[in-house]
Ligand binder design. Structure first.
Ligand SMILES: N[C@@H](CCC(=O)N[C@@H](CS)C(=O)NCC(=O)O)C(=O)O
Length: 212
């Protein structure tokens, strides 16, 4: 399998951490949605990462759909997403909140990146930050210990861990650790694990590439 995308994307990273957790071998094509726009468009017409190229050549897109496939291959016993009941609903809600916060952190970052000075829309920026903060507050309320769902590591931990890693990289002031004590503890717990360490963004992935 080939995972397409860079690790500064929290969506790519959550797929990569999941692959490592399941011990599924893969290689990586670190294409940039900016610098490799045309090439990326041949894999995903939306020009978005992640994409996962299967052994058969089939291309999967969208981190949720990719992780759904990996969960099925891993099987019910090993799956990081519980199969049914309240536990499944709790994990899926946390994943929805975490990926929503990723979207809002990204929107804030790109508003600031492309619209500097007077061109920056303060209204849009404030709206995104409000939504980001509200998502974090809800996740903080629901977060257990040592894992989000208390005793077991699930996809909620991977998604929340990657979400916090991204905010720290791109909108650091939006994650005051003392304000989100449970999430901060979970993030530290996650980032020490080998599947997270293996997918840290490299130095060349920390600055968004400009279009070629
Ligand atoms: N819902 C998608 C979101 C993916 C996404 O937003 N990817 C970003 C990178 S972090 C991207 O490719 N953005 C480029 C664009 O949308 O133009 C998923 O879960 O994979």
């Amino acid at each position: 399998m080939i995972l397409v995308g860079q690790y500064d994307s929290p969506f790519v990273r959550r797929v990569a951490v999941t692959l490592h957790h399941y011990h599924m071998p893969f290689t990586r094509q670190p294409l940039s949605v900016f610098g490799d726009f045309k090439k990326m468009g041949t894999l995903n017409p939306l020009v978005r990462v992640p994409a996962l190229i299967l052994e058969t050549g089939e291309v999967l897109i969208d981190s949720g759909a990719i992780i759904d496939h990996l969960d099925h291959v891993a099987g019910q016993v090993r799956s990081l997403t519980p199969g049914n009941g309240p536990e499944r609903r709790k994990v899926l809600k946390a994943v929805a909140l975490a990926t929503g916060v990723m979207d809002k952190a990204m929107a804030t970052f790109f508003e600031r990146y492309y619209h500097t000075g007077k061109a920056l829309s303060k209204d849009w920026e404030q709206r995104c930050l409000f939504q980001l903060n509200a998502g974090l507050a809800e996740l903080e309320k629901q977060c257990g210990t040592p894992w989000f769902s208390d005793l077991h590591m699930t996809q909620a931990d991977i998604s929340v861990g990657c979400m916090i890693g991204y905010i720290k990289l791109r909108v650091p002031e939006a994650f005051p650790a003392d304000h989100y004590a449970k999430l901060h503890r979970l993030s530290t717990h996650c980032e020490m694990r080998e599947e997270f360490v293996a997918c840290r963004p490299g130095a060349d992935e920390k600055v968004p590439a400009r279009s070629k």
